[in-house]
Ligand binder design. Structure first.
Ligand code: PXG
Length: 460
């Protein structure tokens, strides 16, 4: 009873004093929040003692799973040694040096220098400034426009939110920061034409980049920015033809390529970075989330030697930085996190086990009456819920059925996220057969319960 009283009180205080991100505050006030109190391995527990299998790794983040004492120890040791010092004014410290070196080792060869921040949004803001500064230093200051995609999510600051393509984010930026354009997503299930193969569609979606460059004037275009796989936009996995064609186009017009690997970095696709999986050669990679598996905030942008070369060819400062750029405790935790990923061989494990296990799990639901498509790459997956499997017709009031389904998942003790009516998942890389089996049982139950709720709306 005492326990329940605490939960109620926590809920009340949360509603009174805590403004949540991306939340309908009115409904949060009336419903209250679920209170998560503990995590261990692939599971989290709420304040009522319910064990939940986390199919989202926190929020695309906790790649090594919860409860790693080594990471806490690394933070403790660093706090005792040197809790903080800044990296402005020509100072540095051992953890930031060691982490920068390590990141240069695991990213593609041309990327060798890192600028740190604390969040993915900050990393993308840094990338935007670096890209524009680079072109100014190269004597082409009119190259300011960055092209991105319609369902892109690059963060929530005004610049990163403007580079992202989501109109509901733009609506609250008042106004959208200038200098961004958004082209179609490489989303075959949602946007291909009748009979169009994934390969042909991938070329068409990449072709939209060339069309946009020509419409703007190539001399005005600074960069193309993209998540290798769009995450928050609905795990939109590009057809194999997409990225090679994008790479050809950016090379042809000499524009920079920014790969936003905030979700796809640190093993998610079975390579350290998705750029390696797709064989692309970005000039900048932004990362955050799983660099520390979320145990402490850290982010950064790792840049091509030619960008560093342009900075070094001039005497001026690059007037940008955060108090916590290269925070020693965050860097120490990141180093330990990367050490765990290496020691437990989690990156090859995704290729050899996780990717296949996830694909097999999702394939079991392909025939379910609600499911229009399942897709996955590495340990990123999605299930499309539709009213008509044959025509891919959506349910009315897009997003409604996704929420019904998500709530059933939650009640069954499993977390998947709903992006409108697309259920997405991004489990920790440590899942074993046990978790995949558990997921299958709860997913079937939750999908069947959702089906009961909406059966009347399905196509005959
Ligand atoms: N880029 C990408 C690709 C992201 O997914 C960011 C940048 C911004 O990172 P920060 O650390 O500033 O949040 C993200 C973040 C969701 C969801 O609901 C996704 C993110 C954040 C919050 C919610 O899927 N991704």
């Amino acid at each position: 009873m005492t326990h329940q009283y605490q939960t109620t009180q926590l809920r009340e205080l949360d509603a009174l004093h805590h403004l949540h991100p991306f939340t309908d505050h009115k409904s949060l006030r009336s419903d209250g929040a679920r209170i998560i109190v503990r995590g261990d391995g692939p599971y989290i527990w709420d304040s009522e003692g319910t064990r939940i299998l986390d199919g989202m790794a926190g929020l695309w983040t906790c790649n090594v799973g919860y409860g790693r004492k080594e990471l806490a120890q690394a933070a403790y040791d660093q706090m005792v040694e040197l809790p903080f010092y800044n990296t402005f004014f020509k100072t540095t410290h051992p953890p930031v040096v060691a982490l920068s070196r390590k990141l240069a080792e695991i990213t593609p060869n041309n990327l060798n220098q890192v600028f740190f921040g604390s969040s993915g949004s900050e990393a993308n803001d840094t990338a935007i400034r670096l890209i524009r500064h680079y072109w100014a230093l190269k004597g082409e200051p009119q190259r300011r426009i960055i092209i991105s995609r319609k369902s892109a999510y690059h963060g929530s600051t005004i610049a990163a939110g403007s580079m992202g393509g989501m109109s509901h984010v733009h609506a609250h930026s008042y106004p959208v920061y200038e200098g961004f354009r958004h082209i179609m997503d490489p989303y075959w299930y949602g946007e291909s034409e009748d009979g169009e193969s994934p390969e042909a569609f991938g070329l068409r979606a990449a072709g939209a980049l060339e069309d946009e460059i020509l419409a703007i004037g190539p001399e005005n275009v600074a960069a193309f920015a993209g998540e290798p796989v769009q995450g928050a936009g609905g795990v939109k996995i590009p057809p194999a033809s997409y990225w090679p064609e994008v790479q050809r186009i950016v090379n042809k017009y000499g524009i920079l390529l920014l790969a936003d690997e905030v979700i796809t970095g640190f093993g998610r696709l079975g390579t350290w970075f998705a750029s390696q999986h797709y064989g692309i050669r970005p000039d900048l990679i932004t990362f955050a989330k799983a660099v520390t598996s979320g145990y402490i905030p850290l982010s950064g942008v790792i840049v091509d030697d030619k960008i560093v070369g342009a900075l070094m060819a001039h005497d001026d400062d690059f007037n940008h930085g955060y108090t916590f750029s290269g925070h020693p405790v965050a860097c120490a935790v990141a180093l330990k996190n990367i050490e765990i990923i290496e020691r437990e061989k989690l990156v090859p494990r995704v290729k050899e086990f996780g990717a296949t296990a996830l694909a097999k799990l999702l394939a079991k639901f392909e025939d379910h009456p609600l499911v229009g498509e399942v897709r996955s790459v590495g340990m990123l997956g999605a299930i499309e819920l539709v009213a008509d499997k044959r025509t891919r017709r959506r349910f009315d009031d897009l997003g409604r059925v996704g929420l019904i389904c998500r709530d059933h998942f939650f009640r069954e003790g499993f977390i998947m996220r709903a992006v409108f009516d697309t259920m997405v998942m991004s489990p920790p890389l440590i899942w074993t057969e046990t978790q995949f089996k558990e997921a299958e049982v709860v997913m079937r139950r939750a999908l069947d319960l959702t089906l009961k709720d909406v059966a009347g709306e399905l196509a005959a």
